[in-house]
Design a protein around this ligand. Structure first.
Ligand code: MN
Length: 255
C-alpha cells in the first residue's frame, strides 16, 4: 500500500469509527430517554383568539341512566367542567399560554407552582371534553377488529384488559383518572394519573402516551349514585364506552 493511500484509509477508518460510536451513543440515549426531560416540541401552530368554552355533552343529561344518573351528569358537566373552563380562562390571562390551543398548553405544562392552576384546570377541561365523547347512551359495543387484535396482543384477551383497566381505576388513591393509551412504540398500555393530570402532559406524566379511553374516578363522577362503591361505577362504565370513537382514536394515534 502506498503511504498516501494508507493515510487516507486510516483517516477514513478513524472517521467511520467515530461516527459509529456517535450513532451508538444516540441509540442509547433514544432507548432510555430521561423521564423528566420532555422532547423538544415544535412551536404551537394555532393561535387561539377566543376564550375556552364548555362543549355540549352531545346527549341528554338523563341519557346515560341507569349507569350514570341525571343529577350527577348535570352537576358534573354543568358545574364541575364549567368551573374548569372558567378557571382556565382566568389562569392563562397574561401568561405565555394566553393564545395557545388547549393541546399546546397540555403538552407544555410544567410541574412548577406557577403552572399549577393552568395544569389543574387545563387538564380538567381536556379530560372532561375527552370523557363526554368516550361515553355514549347506547355504548358498550365492540372495538374495531384492529383495536380488538391489539388489545388481545397486549393484554391476552378483552376480559384481561378490562381486569387491568378496572384495577388501575380502583387503585387511584383519592382523585384521578384511569387511561388506555397508545405509547411511543405504538403499543397499548394502561395507566392512571392523579388529580386532573393526563398522559399528554409530557413534563408531568410518568408514562406519557396518547389516551384513547379514559375514566374519571373523582368522587364527583359517581358519589350521588354509587357512594363508596367505586367498583360498581367502574363496572357500569363498560356499558357506556363508545368503542367506535375509541377505535378511531386508536387509528389516529397510529396504533
Ligand atoms: Mn370529573
Amino acid at each position: 500500500m502506498e503511504k498516501r493511500t494508507f493515510l487516507k484509509t486510516g483517516i477514513f477508518m478513524g472517521i467511520a469509527a467515530a461516527t459509529t460510536s456517535f450513532l451508538e451513543a444516540c441509540k442509547t440515549v433514544d432507548k432510555n430517554p430521561p423521564s423528566t426531560v420532555a422532547p423538544t416540541l415544535p412551536p404551537p401552530k394555532l393561535r387561539r383568539t377566543t376564550p375556552f368554552t364548555l362543549p355540549p355533552l352531545g346527549y341528554d343529561v338523563a341519557a346515560l341512566e341507569p349507569h350514570i344518573d341525571k343529577m350527577t351528569m348535570e352537576i358534573h358537566h354543568g358545574k364541575h367542567h364549567n368551573a374548569y373552563v372558567n378557571n382556565l380562562n382566568d389562569a392563562v390571562k397574561d401568561t405565555v399560554y394566553a393564545e395557545y390551543e388547549l393541546e399546546d398548553i397540555i403538552a407544555r405544562i410544567s410541574t412548577s407552582d406557577t403552572d399549577k392552576k393552568i395544569r389543574n384546570n387545563g387538564g380538567g377541561h381536556w379530560n372532561h371534553s375527552f370523557f363526554w365523547k368516550t361515553i355514549v347512551p347506547d355504548g358498550g359495543n365492540a372495538p374495531s377488529a384492529n383495536l380488538a387484535a391489539a388489545i388481545n396482543a397486549t393484554f391476552g384477551s378483552q376480559d384481561k384488559f378490562k381486569e387491568q383497566f378496572s384495577n388501575a381505576a380502583k387503585s387511584v388513591f383519592g382523585s384521578g383518572w384511569a387511561w388506555l393509551c397508545v405509547g411511543k412504540d405504538k403499543k397499548l398500555f394502561v395507566s392512571s394519573t392523579p388529580n386532573q393530570d393526563n398522559p399528554l402532559m409530557l413534563n408531568v406524566s410518568k408514562q406519557p402516551g396518547t389516551p384513547i379511553l379514559g375514566l374519571d374516578v373523582w368522587e364527583h363522577a359517581y358519589y350521588l349514585k354509587y357512594q363508596n362503591k367505586r367498583p360498581d361505577y367502574i363496572t357500569a362504565f363498560y356499558n357506556l364506552i363508545n368503542w367506535k370513537v375509541v377505535s378511531e382514536r386508536f387509528e389516529k394515534a397510529g396504533g
